[in-house]
Write a protein that binds this ligand. Structure first.
Ligand SMILES: Nc1ncnc2c1ncn2[C@@H]1O[C@H](COP(=O)(O)OP(=O)(O)OP(=O)(O)O)[C@@H](O)[C@H]1O
Ligand SMILES: [Mg+2]
Length: 276
């Protein structure tokens, strides 16, 4: 998550997910909560044709009765109830990697069902009631580049946040804003377990400003700051334009090494298979 547009959020989610699935044989679910739908696009999924999308995580009228979700559907009752407990995921080309895609319809979510007394708790409730999530080693969520309903839904649904930070002055500024939001979710929405797992410096260039910002990140996030600093690698952009992960498109590129190192650090920090 990072409020700043173009801060490599989608790139990190797609690359880490691909690394876990391709290189580590882990089962991964990637959820796109950004109406731009770019996570599906960079993983080679046609998001415009997707029948089921992330809006199902937010809209009860699509889901049916919430309370029915965690009960087994009675025999012969048809599949509608059983289907509601299934998250709207679809396989990708990469074995072990499934995705919940998003498209523009997700942008309509804030205006739907406005009488809900707790509209920012929808995704958390939906994931809490979902069947089959236990089968995944990692669930990675890509967030949109602005704060609002969608971002709050994501923060209340997850336990851990990874923040990519471009090494520019304004990005650092946005980071402070995100910290305030995370703190308010911890207290106001009673989610004290929410924590920042990793801060990943991205778009590193060998300039004095980049070095100063990196130092400031180390001071502000002594535990969370990643050892890996991701530079600017054109192959990363190229891979995405072809709907391939960097590990398939240019596995020997230094960009692939950097993103693999980020994935390994994340795996080392996150307890695999721990219950929520
Ligand atoms: N390390 C990198 N080197 C070169 N290009 C990169 C790198 N990381 C990301 N990019 C490219 O930068 C652009 C923005 O990255 P990305 O889409 O991941 O950011 P984002 O934070 O998800 O953006 P948004 O806020 O719009 O969702 C993309 O074209 C991506 O391919
Ligand atoms: Mg994105």
């Amino acid at each position: 998550m990072n409020e700043k547009g173009g801060s490599a959020k989608t790139t990190l989610v797609a690359s880490v997910a691909a690394y876990f699935a391709l290189r580590r044989g882990l089962r991964v679910l990637a959820i796109d909560m950004d109406p731009q739908g770019q996570l599906g696009k960079v993983l080679g999924v046609d998001v415009r044709r997707a029948r089921r999308t992330a809006i199902e995580l937010l809209v009860d009228s699509v889901l049916g009765d919430d309370a029915a979700l965690d009960r087994p559907s009675p025999a012969g009752s048809g599949s509608s109830r059983a289907a509601t407990a299934e998250l709207p995921w679809a396989p990708t080309r990469i074995p072990h990697l499934d995705i919940v895609v998003a498209n523009k319809s997700l942008g309509l979510a804030p205006s739907l069902e406005s009488e809900d007394p707790d509209p920012t708790g929808r995704m958390a409730r939906r994931l809490g009631a979902a069947r089959g999530l236990d089968a995944f080693d990692f669930v990675l969520v890509d967030a949109p580049p602005s704060f609002g309903m969608l971002t709050l839904n994501v923060l209340r649904a997850v336990d851990e946040v990874v923040i990519p930070v471009p090494l520019t002055f304004l990005a650092l500024d946005g980071c402070a804003e995100l910290l305030r939001t995370i703190e308010s979710v911890r207290t106001r929405y009673r989610h004290p377990a929410l924590r920042i797992t990793m801060v990943v410096p991205v778009f590193h260039r060998r300039t004095r400003l980049a070095r100063e910002i990196l130092e400031s990140l180390h001071q502000n996030f002594p535990k969370e700051i990643a050892q890996t600093v991701v530079g600017y690698h054109v192959k990363i952009d190229e891979a995405q334009s072809r709907g391939l992960s960097i590990f398939e498109y240019a596995p020997k590129d230094r960009g692939a090494d950097a993103l693999a190192a980020v994935a390994r650090e994340l795996e080392a920090r996150a307890p695999v298979g721990s219950p929520r």
